[in-house]
Design a binder for this molecule. Structure first.
Ligand SMILES: Cc1ncc(COP(=O)(O)O)c(C=O)c1O
Length: 374
């Protein structure tokens, strides 16, 4: 079975880096990786606010951290979930992108007078990220109207957006902040909170991911250009905090030419390597007994299920003589990996190992023995 390696030290480090450089309050998007160890590492790194998308996430975080601030940021919520979140778990912040959802929130909280309500703004489609605005968000003209309506009920008024996940262009945040400022001005409301969402990229390899600082600089400038520097600023990163929280070790079950069949794939812990997202993880092959030659070749990697879409996007450069029984370690698999694993075709098992602060090469050596028994 595949082996998932957890890295608490790396998790703390990545979270600290983001929290310290973001000029506002960092909400961790729990959906990205809700593992208890990961959440505790984020808490250690100073994260006290969480973007929760479901009642189960509300309960999970409240149970772990009684002092956490919870923001219910799924735009469509069940009435019973809103009610329990408000009355039993102290949630005051809710997002909405249509009038029906506003009414649902008001009715489910008995027209509470201490609500922190966010209007989610849809953004024009960008080429540099996986688009999120085709599913959620109010078009600017609708958002203007919603902001005016919400202002009548909200104790605190917010506006939010999401530039799309794995956004490789800081410029996308500049454009989104300018659009948000236009919407706020047109609505003529006093905004308390601006939530610039998640989308910060990571794990794309050296030189491919702009540094976090480039994003922060652009964001600060856009806020100041639009007189928004005094507004309370939030972000909802998922990937940027936890991408380095895990590595996934898989076994080669068969080779056909330059196709390798692995014991994990896109229905398992490698969902984001599918064509729809297209992440190519850093990969390293290793062999229990013996060594590889120096020659490398490009391989297509397939998961274990019978479905032909269970195929990893792109080609992986691996030793030419890699064969059945060898292993591949994918690194930077902390975001949207174990969280989205399915039991499709009966491949649900995974072994977990926790590695406190040692490099991957040592993990390979230490896990060889354990892997031999898999
Ligand atoms: C509302 C919301 N906020 C934040 C995130 C986290 O996004 P990312 O992991 O790209 O930072 C998501 C991801 O699905 C989301 O839907």
């Amino acid at each position: 079975m595949p082996v998932y390696v957890k890295w608490p030290d790396r998790t703390r480090q990545a979270a600290r880096t983001f929290v310290e450089s973001f000029p506002g309050e960092t909400l961790y998007a729990v959906k990205c990786n809700s593992d208890e160890l990961v959440l505790n590492c984020l808490y250690d790194a100073g994260v006290r606010s969480f973007d929760v998308a479901s009642l189960n996430e509300v309960r999970h975080i409240r149970n772990l951290f009684p002092d956490a601030r919870l923001y219910f940021m799924g735009p469509v919520k069940k009435r019973s979930a809103i009610r329990e979140a408000y009355f039993e778990h102290g949630v005051r912040a809710f997002v909405l992108d249509m009038e029906d959802e506003l009414n649902k929130i008001l009715e489910s909280t008995d027209y509470a007078e201490d609500l922190h309500l966010f209007v989610r703004l849809a953004l024009p489609k960008s080429d540099t990220a996986t688009d999120f605005s085709s599913k959620f968000g109010a078009a600017p003209i609708v958002a203007i109207d919603l902001l005016k309506q919400v202002a009548r009920y909200a104790y605190k008024l917010g506006l939010s957006f999401h530039v799309g996940t794995q956004c490789l262009e800081p410029e996308a945040y500049r454009k989104a902040i300018h659009l948000a400022a236009d919407v706020i001005r047109s609505a003529g409301v006093k905004l308390d909170t601006l939530d610039i969402g998640g989308g910060f990229p990571s794990g794309m390899g050296e030189g491919k991911t702009p540094p976090v600082d480039a994003y922060m600089k652009t964001i600060r400038k856009a806020l100041s250009d639009n007189d928004l520097s005094q507004v309370h600023l939030l972000s909802e990163p998922g990937r940027a905090l936890v991408y380095s929280a895990g590595s996934t070790l898989v076994k080669v079950e068969a080779r056909r030419g330059h196709i390798l069949y692995l014991n994990d794939g896109t229905y398992g812990g490698l969902f984001e390597s599918s064509a729809s997202i297209g992440i190519t993880y850093p990969a390293q092959a290793f062999r229990l007994n013996g060594t590889f030659g120096t020659k490398k070749s490009e391989f297509t990697l397939m998961g274990p299920t019978c479905d032909s879409i269970d195929c990893m996007a792109g080609k992986y450069s691996l030793p030419e003589n890699i064969a059945e029984g060898d292993y591949i370690a994918f690194d930077m698999t902390g975001a949207y990996t174990e969280e989205t694993r399915t039991p499709f075709n009966g491949f649900s098992e995974v072994r977990e190992i926790i590695q406190p602060g040692i490099p991957l090469r040592k993990v390979e050596r230490q896990t060889k023995k354990k892997l031999a028994a898999v």
